[in-house]
Design a protein around this ligand. Sequence first.
Ligand SMILES: [Zn+2]
Length: 498
Amino acid sequence: MKLVFSIILWLMVTITMSQNITTPLEFNNFSRPTSYEELSRYVKLLDSISPEIVVATIGKSVQGRNLYALKFSTSEFGKDTSKIKVLIFAQQHGNEQSGKEGALLLAQELIKPENQYLWDKMDLAIIPQVNPDGAEANKRRNGNTMDLNRSHLTLFEPELIALHHFFDTYWFEVNMDVHEYSPYGETYKEFGYRNNSRELIGCNTNINISEALRNLSNQGFVPYFNQYLNERNISNSIYTPGGPPEIDYIRHSTYDINDGRQSFGIQNSFSFILEGLNGPDNYKDSIQMRAEGQKTGMMALITYCYQNKETIKTLVAKERNQLITQEPGSLVSIQMEHVKDGRKLNLPVYSYATGADSIIIVNDYRPVVKSIHDVTKPIGYLIPKQLNEVVDWATRHSLKTEPFSVSKSAIIEEYLVTTIDSMDFERDTIVNPNLTVRTLSKKELKGDYLFIPTNQLKGNLLVIALEPKSELGLVTYKSFSHLLKAGQKYPILRVVKN
Ligand SMILES: [Zn+2]
């Protein structure tokens, strides 16, 4: 009864305030994060009162909760090709509550009359909560105890299958993945300082992603983001994991393509990660301030995309076309490292001793990613059809396949795994096989194969996933590690020419 009463009260308060509707967090007086039930009611209310919003259920979580996407458009969503398509998604990590709260505040902001100009040039989708099961338990992982933001390449989890299917439906040109970072660890405490920026912005770092797009991110959006947040008194910086300074190196965030930002970035999207400062108690400490910081970070992206619509759209179209029409033989990097370029980083920090903010100059700063092993891009890969786990993987990624008949002049390569060594990858130890390669003759090609060409939007993703020596490849995951056995042939073949 009490619950029913509070729902009715919330609806009355919300609707009477008309254009200024109340989010569940505001209604709870910022005392605790929004529950899944409250979020469900709120998004349905937005759908019913705002003509520009359609709420879609894009899938279900492991435990059966709905995954909602709020689609903002004044035309049929995604249909008007002159508009820029932007996707913002939050709370892949369930114990990072403020991304969701910021997204709900953002939706409230976006339905105000003064923001309706945006839809002249933009279709925007917001997924406030990718991981509702983790959110309800205030835990990082999903209902299968998987870290969603390390699972975008293998794509086993229902939440991510839904997210990628949604992306593949519209081919969003811009994405932002919203998180929180927690700087309160012991090593930094012993060091005496910790990060203290309310919002951090991270760009694409994988060097197979279009250089022009990475440059526009670093030289166009990042300075705009800094200024936008500074003007609103929200401290901010670029996202630089690692350290503490002088103890371990500091770099830009991972070049792996198994996270939200780069799994879309590798398809030449203009793609970012936003990291808000979490509280020492990540559930409700300073939740209002955290939510408002996240909302502002997201708003910076939206206004930048509105103002630079033509530049971004033209560049994304050009760089995607490059992926789709690329001749085989170009280089794809499958092993990389973070290196210095002589620059030093001014890292804004908080001093545990004095409680004051200051700046530390970081000498071992590695902002550049360099290739240490390339392969040439084949025209495609042949996957034995009995290799169900790889065939199913290709299906989950909606990869384009084509019929294949081998020509007289075909060059098809097969790897032999001689030995398996290990290597460091961003402080993890992973497999690093030694390979020999040989060309198969036409009559050696027996059995049924699925042919996946590389001339598609996920062409670079395909190479990075399937090459056995790729440090970001499928063989580095437990579910696919059996593909690599010392002294045996690697079962997936490269078609270099046909
Ligand atoms: Zn996170």
